[in-house]
Design a protein around this ligand. Structure first.
Ligand code: GLV
Ligand code: MN
Length: 214
């Protein structure tokens, strides 16, 4: 049995890929968002309906509205907003940060991330699976890299607005925001689970939940 298991693992090894999304099999496949995705891709819009406009996206031109509880706004350029990315294994975000604003700790289950600071002064940090924290304050033109799935954040530590462009090796990286994932679910995670997790009593859990709408 063990030998069979080893043979199966050995045969599958070449297919255990480090790329997040599968390679494209066609030149393009503009997503037909009215259909449901199968695996990671959407079906294609009929080629006869495709125009130049399908391949260009101006959704990252405008500054996002940072009047949010975190003083930040992430504007996605992924397959759901820019269907030309379907099947390409790529996407980008624009992250706007008010002074002191933060893109709170989160992770992307399907992608690594790189980013470049466009304006402002930004503290970028992430934590490894071994609980090591890496961070640096970046200024315009400086880049960062976040390995796939690791928890990371960006915080504006300057006195002016900041903006970052981030990029992903997935058309739909997914985002797990730690605070809302634990304290803003529907229905909510039972109090006793959260109070035991954080070793606090349930009044603290309720107080945090009240901020995240759960
Ligand atoms: C930044 O971390 C982003 O996910 O765009
Ligand atoms: Mn991110």
């Amino acid at each position: 049995m063990a030998a069979l298991f080893c043979i199966v693992v050995f045969l599958l090894a070449p297919f255990i890929s480090h790329t997040a999304d599968p390679d494209p099999l066609l030149d393009f496949c503009i997503a037909d968002l009215s259909s449901s995705p199968s695996f990671s891709s959407f079906p294609c819009k009929p080629a006869s309906n495709v125009t130049s406009e399908d391949f260009f996206f101006d959704g990252l031109m405008e500054e996002g509205n940072t009047s949010t509880i975190f003083g930040s706004k992430v504007t996605p350029g992924n397959v759901l907003t820019f269907p030309a990315l379907n099947m390409l294994g790529l996407s980008m975000n624009r992250v706007d940060l008010a002074p002191n604003g933060m893109n709170p700790p989160h992770s992307h289950p399907r992608s690594s991330e790189s980013g470049v600071v466009i304006t402002g002064k930004v503290l970028v940090g992430f934590v490894t699976t071994g609980n090591v924290y890496y961070s640096k304050v970046l200024v315009p033109g400086q880049m960062f890299a976040i390995p796939r799935g690791l928890v990371h954040f960006q915080k504006n530590v300057g006195d002016k607005k900041a903006a970052i462009i981030t990029s992903f090796n997935s058309q739909n990286p997914g985002t797990v925001i730690i605070s809302t994932t634990l304290f803003g679910t529907q229905p909510s995670i039972p109090d006793h689970v959260l109070s035991q997790t954080f070793q606090v009593d349930s009044s603290v859990v309720h107080s945090i939940e009240s901020k995240f709408g759960s």
